[in-house]
Unconditional design. Structure first.
Length: 191
């Protein structure tokens, strides 16, 4: 007869507790409870940026300094869905200021793909670094579905520039944003 380890029992009780809570919890409030994204996989890069990402998602290194996190069906272009792109440029590549870098990224990226600004550029802090954020959106056309994105640009003390672009179809934005935001907020910089 197979013996069940103490760890297995603890894991089973933990899993049962989560299922029980999710199946029967109600709230006195009229608003739905806030959900905390389950982020269990780690991405570690000893020289740059570490973060966690949702279980079941994958990451792909497009080229040195450019990584994308997404569910497999999105990563392999079979469906549209949420994704997080992180671009790291080595020290010395910065155009001049964060605002100029953001403008350059927008001009040669989202704005060329028919996105338009839906927010002002605002200051933001990611980790211990100050940066800028802006929201963009693209309307549905014959060729494209409606998309929404948040773009962040920060510079580390070592001079590296990071551009984060969290995207999702507009109809999936509200459910996707907590996961996308958590990838950024759980990140640490190693430089």
């Amino acid at each position: 007869m197979r013996q069940v380890s103490q760890f297995s029992w603890i894991f089973f009780i933990f899993l049962f507790g989560i299922v029980w809570m999710l199946s029967g919890c109600t709230s006195d409030s009229d608003s739905p409870p806030e959900t905390t994204p389950i982020l269990v996989w780690e991405y570690k890069n000893q020289t740059a940026f570490d973060t966690v990402y949702p279980e079941g998602w994958e990451y792909g290194i497009i080229r040195e300094g450019f990584i994308v996190f997404a569910p497999p069906n999105v990563a392999y272009d079979s469906e549209s869905g949420p994704s997080m792109s992180i671009l790291r440029e080595a020290p010395g590549v910065l155009i001049s200021s964060l605002q100029e870098e953001l403008d350059h990224f927008l001009e040669y990226g989202p704005l060329r793909e028919d996105y338009f600004l839906i927010s002002e550029v605002n200051p933001v802090t990611i980790g211990q670094y100050d940066g800028l954020e802006v929201a963009v959106e693209r309307e549905s056309t014959e060729m494209f579905i409606a998309m929404k994105a948040m773009i962040y640009v920060i510079r580390t003390d070592s001079g590296s520039l990071y551009t984060f672009m969290a995207t999702a179809p507009t109809e999936q934005w509200e459910e996707s944003w907590p996961l996308l935001s958590a990838i950024i907020q759980n990140g640490t910089f190693n430089e």
